[in-house]
Design a protein around this ligand. Structure first.
Ligand SMILES: C[S@@+](CC[C@H](N)C(=O)[O-])C[C@H]1O[C@@H](n2cnc3c(N)ncnc32)[C@H](O)[C@@H]1O
Length: 283
């Protein structure tokens, strides 16, 4: 039993009926994924597919030859596919029960009650870095991380506790590993898209009320004042992409997508996207 997986499943169960509420977010995310693809042999891979409330699977099936869904929670994914009336669709390839950190069980075994030592943290960072990645049939023409990074970082925070002196190191390592995973799963010439939540209405009660046009300014204001989820300040994400992935050379085309909102359950999230094309031969 892995307590992080249990919590993840509980979160997914609590937000599974958010199809209607997710409509605007889903339209936006689906458009970012399909733009530039017009059928043919291209394959897409969605990391953190979960309930699939944030993607229009019918549109993806119409655009791509294969739609790979990856998540630790197999049940949420299959229910999500069923909800969209696509159970049995041969183009959809689910990869359920797949961990996307490489150290999930170890993270779950840690807690702030029995703090990990510096040596243990170093060893975990090393194992994460050396992890070869999941065996899911990559690389793909398009790879998307769907609000997964915040969950992976939250797991690291829970594993060490907010006050651990090495928390920042572990958060940076989890973020770097995830960005590397996204990149490695993208074939040369293919595209990647990171979708992440930055903060939620708990700390920004005005977020659900303001005009759409004001969301980018609010995200900037909140981020400039350090009001964002651990490790998810937009500027820090971009810096990490530039340094960890040598983006100047490996991503000739890259774009920070203007922030938008996603209402999920009781909370409203400020969302950010980063889309890139990986250097190399186009298919
Ligand atoms: C916020 S949800 C993504 C939103 C989802 N696509 C939807 O439409 O509701 C994050 C997903 O990441 C998955 N996840 C969390 N930790 C994971 C891990 N270590 N490996 C793989 N998936 C994980 C969760 O099960 C969850 O489905």
């Amino acid at each position: 039993m892995n307590r992080l997986t249990d919590r993840t499943r509980a979160n997914n169960a609590a937000t599974s009926d958010n199809w209607e509420r997710s409509a605007d977010h889903r339209r936006h995310v689906t458009a970012m994924i399909t733009r530039g693809f017009t059928g043919g042999a291209a394959r897409v891979c969605l990391l953190g597919a979960g309930n699939c409330n944030d993607v229009d699977l019918a549109a993806l099936v119409a655009t791509f030859a294969e739609v790979h869904l990856v998540d630790i929670d197999a049940g949420a994914m299959s229910a999500g596919v069923e909800r969209q009336g696509l159970g049995g669709e041969s183009k959809i390839v689910p990869h359920g029960g797949v961990d996307l950190t490489g150290v999930w069980d170890e993270l779950a075994a840690w807690s702030s009650d029995t703090p990990a030592t510096h040596e243990q943290v170093d060893a975990m960072i090393g194992r994460m870095r050396d992890w070869p990645g999941p065996d899911i049939g990559g690389p793909f023409d398009m790879v998307v991380s769907l609000s997964l990074l915040s969950q992976l970082i939250a797991a690291a925070v829970e594993a060490l506790g907010e006050r651990h002196p090495r928390l920042a190191d572990l958060v940076v390592a989890v973020r770097a590993r995830h960005l590397r995973l996204l990149f490695d799963l993208t074939r040369p010439g293919g595209y990647g898209l990171l979708v992440t939540d930055v903060f939620a209405s708990d700390t920004a009660p005005m977020l659900p009320q303001i005009d759409d046009k004001l969301v980018p300014a609010l995200v900037k204001h909140m981020s400039d004042h350090g009001n964002h989820f651990h490790g998810l300040q937009p500027a820090a994400i971009v810096r990490a992409i530039l340094t960890e992935l040598d983006a100047e050379h490996t991503m000739p085309h890259r774009q920070l997508v203007e922030p938008w909102r996603w209402t999920l359950g009781e909370r409203c999230y400020a969302m950010l996207g980063f889309k890139y094309q990986r250097a190399g031969e186009s298919a």
